[in-house]
Design a protein around this ligand. Structure first.
Ligand code: M6R
Length: 611
């Protein structure tokens, strides 16, 4: 949700800002802007993408060694030139880039209007710029104190970079709820919403914590909280490499990330499964293992694709570890009055580790004695830092807005956790434990086989690329995969798609079926197989088109379905990891054929740091 980048040092800021914004464009891409701050300040901003900003800045003065940039995902005010960041205060003293939402902006705006302030945009950010300026001018305090005083009046979330025209070599950064990373170089500092714009300049970073303010010049970084107490910067080393953030020859990040899955799943279990396949070792949760073993209930909180992974986790934990599980939308959970017991285990799943609702949900749980685990992909992210313990997914940076490899690595972690708990709680027989470890290890090779079917899946995409609706149905562990398949299709191709437990079809959705309706049927090779045959027959009886995902060698469904996509045989416990792959590929090709922007679908952003 919006990307921020900033630089202070000896280099020319412009190329660093532009490259940084391109890296952050996945976070929001409806408008972009920069401010170059040496001496006279130059602001260039426009509706559109970073390439439109580059065109705007062409032939303009782009000199300067201090600057800030922003790529926007609109919250307050439509995407437009005037709503693009950076925002300038009315008297031109302050420039602000902001990621987040100022919830009490309208109250503050009225107050400022009563003091004569006029506004040039519809944004909450401009309100903050003017609030800071008003305090600065009226109370005659330093820019940094004006920022801190203003922030004590703000309700909401912010990642901010601010500069004051009277102090041209200084950047002020602040964070509450929205991430901000500071890269530390030799006589230079880089600021960004995540580490991707920083990684090629330095591997030393500082993650700002909530309500921290950093005052940064070329030679100094002064860290404090809003109350002016000094804080000691905790400098960390990042391992992200530049190779992880290019397309590697693929047309889109999403396609690259789909194809990376045999490797990313291996990266998820690498070092966690003994070479002889005898056991799983999850170092990140070792300290809390007694609490996990004795947990009376697991509550999983997540959003979107991560919530679908949570549903897969529900089946696995209940089946193999015999612990009851509830899977909650974080956005609902945070506003309920949930009953949480001290021996509950709460698992937050989040690729980014920054999703505002998921973060708020775990903060609510922190008021109780329950144990909180995180399953995150982004190391050092807010959720990974605020949980008691956790397991990183190690899927590498995911840039495509549609989550693919993060989903399969989340499921890999959940599978390992369920097996560990099942083994330790003795609810899973040792033979089955070892067999399932073996099955998990075989998954990457089996995904490679599915990826070889891409041309066939592309041909099916060509048949259905113009449909308006699609249904997905699955049972058991494949029901969440049906939800995920439908989400993939709708978010990148804008085709309306819904996923259902197959047996629910006859309670309503079946009314939608006619000769124009494709139905994706996910058939496991377990006890639900016969029932899925009946469900497919029900669809065919109403002239629906069936695209079935079946186990290799299946003969029965092949005779009924319009198209079949085979996946290698596997144990049902790992079937979600295989069955989702053809659905990702199908959605990808349909979106490409519809000329949609696959990596940056409309209205979406990769990391949803506002509620
Ligand atoms: O970073 P998170 O996993 O917390 O993000 C949650 C959702 O916003 C995310 O999964 C979203 O649904 C994706 N666009 C799905 O592809």
């Amino acid at each position: 949700m919006c990307g921020i980048v900033a630089y202070v040092g000896d280099r020319t800021a412009y190329p660093i800002l532009i490259k940084g914004l391109q890296r952050l464009e996945y976070r929001g891409y409806d408008s972009a802007g920069i401010a170059l701050l040496n001496g006279e300040t130059h602001v260039y901003k426009c509706k559109g993408k970073v390439k439109d900003l580059q065109a705007l800045a062409k032939d303009k003065d782009i000199s300067g060694t201090v600057g800030m940039g922003h790529t926007r995902w609109a919250t307050h005010g439509e995407p437009s030139d005037r709503n693009a960041h950076p925002h300038q205060s009315m008297n031109g003293k302050f420039f602000v880039v902001h990621n987040g939402i100022i919830e009490n902006y309208s109250h503050l705006k009225k107050e400022l209007q009563n003091r004569g302030y006029k506004f040039a945009s519809d944004t909450d950010t401009e309100v903050l710029a003017n609030l800071i300026e008003n305090i600065y001018l009226e109370q005659k305090v330093s820019a940094e104190l004006a920022v801190r005083l203003a922030l004590t009046r703000v309700v909401g979330a912010y990642g901010l970079v601010i500069s004051c025209e009277d102090e041209p070599g200084t950047l002020i950064a602040a964070r509450k709820g929205s991430p901000l990373v500071i890269g530390i170089g030799e006589h230079e500092y880089f600021l960004a919403s995540d580490a991707t714009p920083i990684v090629e300049y330095t591997d030393k970073v500082l993650y700002l914590n909530d309500e921290e303010v950093a005052v940064i010049t070329r030679d100094s970084l002064d860290l404090k909280n809003l109350l002016n107490d000094s804080k000691t910067p905790e400098i960390q080393k990042i391992t992200l490499s530049i190779d992880h953030i290019d397309k590697g020859g693929y047309e889109h990040f999403m396609l690259k990330e789909i194809h990376e899955q045999p490797l990313t799943i291996q990266d998820t279990f690498r070092g966690r499964i003994a070479m002889d396949e005898s056991k799983i070792f999850l170092g990140g949760i070792l300290d809390v293992m007694p609490k996990l073993i004795n947990a009376k209930r697991i509550i999983i909180v997540a959003c979107g694709t991560s919530w679908h992974a949570g549903l897969v986790g529900e089946y696995l934990f209940e089946q193999y570890a015999r612990i009851p599980v509830e899977v909650e939308y974080a956005s609902e959970f945070r506003y309920r009055d949930p009953i949480i017991y001290p021996d509950d285990l709460v698992i937050a799943i989040s690729q980014s580790g920054e999703t505002a609702d998921t973060l708020a949900a775990i903060r609510k749980v922190k008021e109780t004695q329950a144990t909180i685990l995180g399953i995150c992909n982004v190391a050092g992210s807010s959720i990974s830092r605020e949980t008691d313990a956790g397991v990183y997914t190690h899927a590498g940076i995911e840039i495509g807005v549609a989550s693919t490899k993060a989903f399969t690595s989340q499921i890999t972690v959940l599978t390992m956790m369920a097996l560990v708990l099942g083994s330790k709680r003795q609810t899973l027989a040792p033979e089955l434990y070892h067999h399932l470890i073996h099955e998990l290890i075989q998954v990457p090779k089996k995904i490679e086989e599915i990826l070889k079917e891409e041309e066939k899946i592309k041909a099916i995409a060509a048949v259905y690329k113009d449909v308006s609706n699609a249904l997905y149905m699955g049972r058991g562990l494949l029901f969440p995969v049906a939800l995920e398949g439908a989400l993939k299709l709708k978010e990148i191709s804008y085709i309306h798609a819904e996923g259902y437990p197959a047996a629910e079809m006859k309670h309503g959705p079946i009314a939608l079926i006619d000769e124009n309706m494709p139905v994706l049927a996910l058939a496991g090779n377990d006890t639900s197989y016969e029932k899925m045959i009946s469900n497919i027959q029900e669809v065919k009886a109403r002239k629906g088109k069936v695209i079935a995902i079946v186990s290799r060698g299946d003969k029965t469904i092949r005779k009924m379905a319009d198209h079949v996509i085979e996946i290698p045989e596997c144990h049902e416990a790992v079937s979600p990891l295989l069955a989702v792959i053809p659905l990702q590929i199908l959605s990808y090709h349909i979106a490409v054929m519809r000329e949609c922007n696959v990596d940056q679908p409309r209205n979406l952003a990769k990391s949803v740091t506002v509620e």
